[in-house]
Design a protein around this ligand. Structure first.
Ligand code: UD1
Length: 421
């Protein structure tokens, strides 16, 4: 297993480009299954999760054509099996995103039930109930969700999500795109990645209104046509590099991003003392060598503060002036990074879904272990500003979500290298 070794203390300074958004690319790839012809998707990030989705397509008999820039062409008409096997689903929960498109387009699907995961129980009941409302018959047998559309085309549905779910909204929106009649989905996720998926579906001829609000109306069409689409920039990757720069007192120019979808995070960084200037697709952050001030954070569905930035802000508070409270409202077990940060000397107390973080002047490098994707990002951030060396084990979690992390950080002046294992 590869490890990262980081020698802390270098003040980050430089310019990087942001990659395509993982959480938009995954549903967009799944949505290509709905199309009646070949589809081209560009700006895919070079990440393990994307490779896993492509491998899943390969298992189903579809052979995507990929160029060196990771633009992909997929012809879903070549599909041979409608099964997403457990070996792949267990490594990436987002595989559940093929369920709605497969059953809507081909009338059946078998997708392994994702198990528990490091950050909580994460059920998929809403995905199942939404499809059932559209006439899909679902049985869970031998660890697989077996879905069938006995009447062929799905029927439209009015469906209320009793919890706001990002991939749940995406799965049902994709299925409704090919259903007969008008579906109205309520209490939908408003995340920008849902909007990007809707825009891709619209580019293929879907009739969708309201994406980005809490009510999405979909007038189903009989078929979707070929299209080309460029995936939006990754807001969580952007936020992670901003925090990494802030904890080192540095300066960064970020290109190919979108400041309008990161407002809650930029606001917290300003509160922490960062000077931030934005333009259309750029963000510049300067700390002028200052130590950040503690901030209070409460995660909630978009447009509020994202749970995927929570771990990074715990790292920021760990070295900030003062005490900051971080409340996690989305996932019940998302403080695994706290135990690892304790190993670096952080003063963090967890009470239920709240972490109370008292900033100290300097963390100390230590051997630590990545436990999930964003938790690993927080370990990298802490290592960058700690005294001495930090060895981060199990970095395959980082490779799931951060393209070329060591190259990008090296460009900013960080002392980081990968030790192949
Ligand atoms: C997506 C993101 C993930 C992010 C999360 C919350 C992708 C591929 N992943 O995950 O990075 O952390 O949104 O912003 O886009 N829930 C149910 N029943 C369901 C589905 C969800 O109770 O059927 C609950 C979950 O347990 C959780 C909450 O809803 O408490 C939100 O989860 P959800 O938005 O579904 O997360 P994902 O879509 O899996």
């Amino acid at each position: 297993m590869d490890k990262l070794i980081i020698t802390g203390g270098a003040r980050l300074d430089g310019e990087i480009r942001i990659s395509g958004a993982k959480n938009a690319a995954l549903p967009i790839l799944a949505a290509t299954l709905l199309c009646d012809g070949p589809v081209a998707v560009s700006n895919l990030p070079h990440l393990h999760d994307i490779t896993t989705m492509i491998e899943l397509f390969g298992r189903m008999g579809i052979e995507p054509v990929i160029d060196e820039k990771l633009a992909i062409e997929i012809d879903p008409r070549t599909i041979k099996t409608l099964i997403a096997p457990y070996e792949l689903v267990k490594t990436m929960r987002a595989s559940i995103l093929v369920l709605g498109p497969m059953v809507a387009r081909f009338g059946e699907a078998e997708v392994a039930l994702p198990g528990g995961c490091a950050i909580g129980s994460r059920p998929v009941d809403l995905h199942i109930h939404g499809l059932q409302a559209m006439g899909v018959v679902i049985n869970v047998v031998g660890g697989y969700i077996k879905a069938k559309a006995p009447k062929g085309r799905l029927r439209s549905a009015n469906f209320f999500f009793d919890t706001v779910s990002v991939t749940g909204t995406e799965n049902i929106m994709m299925a409704a795109a090919l259903a007969s009649g008008r579906s109205i989905l309520q209490n939908t996720a408003r995340e920008p990645e849902v909007v990007d998926l809707a825009n891709f579906l619209i580019a293929m001829g879907a009739h969708i209104q309201g994406a980005g609000t809490d009510t999405i109306t979909i007038d189903g069409v009989k078929c979707l046509h070929s299209a080309s689409y460029k995936v939006m920039p990754d807001r969580i990757e952007t936020g992670t590099y901003l925090v990494a720069t802030a904890v080192t007192g540095g300066h960064i120019k970020i290109k190919n991003t979108d400041p309008t979808i990161l407002e809650a995070v930029l606001e917290k960084l300003r509160e922490a003392g960062a000077e931030i200037v934005t333009s259309k697709d750029k963000i510049e952050l300067s700390m002028h060598g200052k130590r950040p001030k503690s901030v209070n954070v409460r995660t909630a569905p978009y447009p509020a503060f994202p749970t995927d930035m929570q771990a990074q802000f715990i790292s920021l508070n760990a070295i900030a002036q003062g005490t900051g409270t971080v409340i996690e409202t989305i996932f019940e077990n998302r403080f695994m990074h706290v135990h690892e940060l304790h190993r670096m000397g952080a003063r963090i107390q967890v009470e239920g879904n709240t972490a109370i973080v008292t900033g100290i002047n300097k963390l100390k490098g230590a051997p630590v272990m990545a436990t999930d994707l964003r938790a690993s990002a927080s370990l990298v951030i802490s290592a960058l500003c700690a005294d001495g060396d930090t060895l981060i084990d199990r970095i395959y979690h980082i490779d799931r979500g951060y393209e070329c992390i060591e190259e990008k950080l090296q460009m900013l002046g960080a002392k980081i290298r990968r030790i192949p294992g």
